[in-house]
Design a protein around this ligand. Structure first.
Ligand code: ZN
Length: 559
């Protein structure tokens, strides 16, 4: 069955509530761990129905945000999402407090039980109204961002469509594109400020109702973090400032020289190559044909995966009016199908869809097929991003298929973008930490904070003269800041592990890919820090981890 043929049936919350009630009664009254495990499986099955229905509605809404039916369905899931989370509380309590807990661990992994313990710290019946409001604000933000109709170059563009101009080989074009985007953001600045302000205050209330000092602690629990704390992230962040920022500066100096400019502006930042970023060759069909060749070449299991994706029509990549921006990978668990959403714009980003997003999809595909407990099929966000970001590097071997004779330039650009990302991502995380530590900050103070952080983490990039961006408004189109608090550091952790894989890959591709496959197939059955050390890599929360990665990357001498 193809994505568009999957039957959509609204998840009936009232009916599910009854069923969940029976499950919770059953698990509490159970006379053995084995009996409890039967209820555990039933609970997972109800949740699978829920996430499948919600996922289908979400996909169809983002494919066409003007579709009234799925827009209403999303409103419905915004309403019931918090109730469903709340309904899982008594279930988690029953498992965590089971009198057969030790024996239960024969059936249910201790990692899954730990995750349930953390989930108990992140939700409570008392904050359901705030969680519902938070979901609505998120949808409001998404609608605002995807409503962008920016006049440029004789046409109107949404933000992803404008992206192509923002990276144009002609400096004047990219400068103008950034200014056009800045103007649209400025025109909507009050709305962005207002939505974010309500989100921050809403989240602060949730944290305080649950007895936390502020949202930082709650945010970590909500990210399901089961193996590191803000203190660990501080160690990582200090390493970024000490080792990574100077490493980036080396590239930035060379980039400015090559571009022949005195100073690098935000609109120069992604343009690593003087002749412009390489663009994929061929039509969309040809790009997919080459994607198929690449995955068939990598291994038997990746070949099986890509053919499954193509046969079931599990990519939607053409940008069009009304389609939501960005890209993501999700899954329909009941059908064991991943799904990839993207907006092709003719840039190298299109290839990332086949490497990054497909890396996620591969992990979903393997997880749904091989890991019985759905709670452990995919792991934390940082783990998932290792799957996708490392795949981007393993795909290097095949880049001639997509970029022809510019493949080396692609690899260099991709490498420098990845290196450049770490300080940026760390800054996005630190920005949020500071914001949630002082929820009373005004919108103007938040913008000033952003500019201050830019100076520490991106000292080589100038924002002067760029409409709205120079006022510190850059973060307002960084959707994670609104929709997924504290998600961003996960990308930085994952990027660092991906560099570990890149370093290994240069020693022995086959061995490194086997190690990656092993990492990926474990899904969330182990916590992130264990997955990293199992793979033989340094913990990212040790003092010298980043210094070592930087030293090894220098040796690769990629140019
Ligand atoms: Zn990703």
């Amino acid at each position: 069955m193809k994505q568009c043929e999957l039957p959509y049936v609204r998840f009936d919350y009232e009916q599910a509530e009854k069923k969940l009630g029976e499950i919770i009664e059953g698990i509490t009254a159970a006379k053995s761990a084995k009996e409890q495990f039967e209820y555990y499986k039933q609970f997972n099955s109800v949740m699978e129905d829920y996430s499948t229905a919600e996922s289908i509605a979400y996909v169809r809404f983002t494919l066409n945000t003007e579709d009234k039916f799925y827009s209403d369905e999303m409103d419905y899931y915004d309403e019931i999402g918090a109730k469903v989370s709340a309904a899982s509380i008594p279930f988690a309590k029953a498992v965590v407090n089971s009198e057969f807990k030790e024996e239960l661990q024969k059936y249910v992994s201790p990692v899954a039980i730990k995750n349930l313990e953390i989930s108990l710290k992140s939700i409570d019946e008392s904050i359901v109204p705030e969680m519902q409001e938070e979901a609505k604000l998120s949808t409001e933000y998404k609608k605002l961002l995807s409503s962008a109709q920016i006049p440029f170059d004789g046409g109107v563009h949404n933000i992803p469509q404008l992206g192509k101009y923002c990276n144009d080989v002609d400096r004047e074009v990219r400068k103008a594109a950034y200014n056009a985007m800045g103007q649209w953001l400025k025109d909507n600045g009050d709305k962005f400020d207002d939505i974010y302000d309500r989100m921050v205050k809403n989240r602060d209330i949730q944290a305080k109702k649950l007895g936390y000092k502020n949202y930082v602690e709650l945010g970590y629990y909500r990210m399901g973090r089961n193996c590191y704390s803000p203190e660990d992230i501080e160690v990582f962040r200090n390493g970024v400032i000490k080792y990574w920022v100077p490493f980036v500066s080396e590239f930035k100096k060379r980039q400015a020289e090559e571009l022949g400019v005195d100073k690098l502006y935000l609109y120069d930042n992604s343009n690593v190559l003087k002749k412009g970023n390489p663009e994929p060759i061929g039509t969309v069909e040809e790009i997919f044909e080459n994607g198929k060749k690449m995955y068939e070449g990598m291994s038997a299991s990746t070949g099986e995966f890509i053919n499954f994706m193509l046969e079931h029509d599990l990519f939607d990549v053409i940008a069009r009016k009304g389609k939501s921006g960005g890209g993501y990978c999700t899954a329909f668990p009941k059908y064991k199908m991943p799904f990839i959403f993207a907006n092709f714009n003719g840039t190298f980003d299109d290839v990332d869809v086949l490497t990054h997003e497909a890396g996620h999809a591969l992990a979903f595909y393997e997880g749904m097929k091989n890991i019985e407990d759905p709670q452990l099929q995919s792991g934390g966000m940082e783990t998932c991003e290792v799957h996708s970001m490392s795949m981007e590097f393993f795909a290097w071997k095949y880049m001639e298929l997509f970029f022809g004779e510019r493949a080396d330039e692609y690899r260099r650009m991709h490498f420098e973008h990845a290196v450049d990302f770490i300080p940026y991502g760390t800054m996005v995380d630190y920005f949020q930490q500071k914001v949630y530590e002082s929820p009373e900050m005004t919108p103007a103070e938040r913008k000033q904070l952003w500019l201050d952080l830019e100076a520490t983490f991106r000292p080589d990039i100038c924002n002067d003269g760029i409409t709205y961006i120079e006022e510190g408004g850059r973060w307002q189109y960084q959707s994670h800041i609104f929709e997924r608090p504290f998600y961003y550091i996960d990308y930085c952790l994952a990027q660092s592990v991906s560099f570990d894989f890149l370093i290994e890959m240069h020693k022995d591709y086959g061995k490194a890919f086997a190690k990656y496959t092993e990492f990926l197939k474990k899904g969330g059955t182990k916590v992130f820090t264990d997955l990293v050390t199992d793979a033989g890599f340094d913990s990212l929360f040790s003092e010298n981890a980043l210094a070592n990665i930087v030293a090894e990357l220098r040796k690769l001498n990629i140019k």
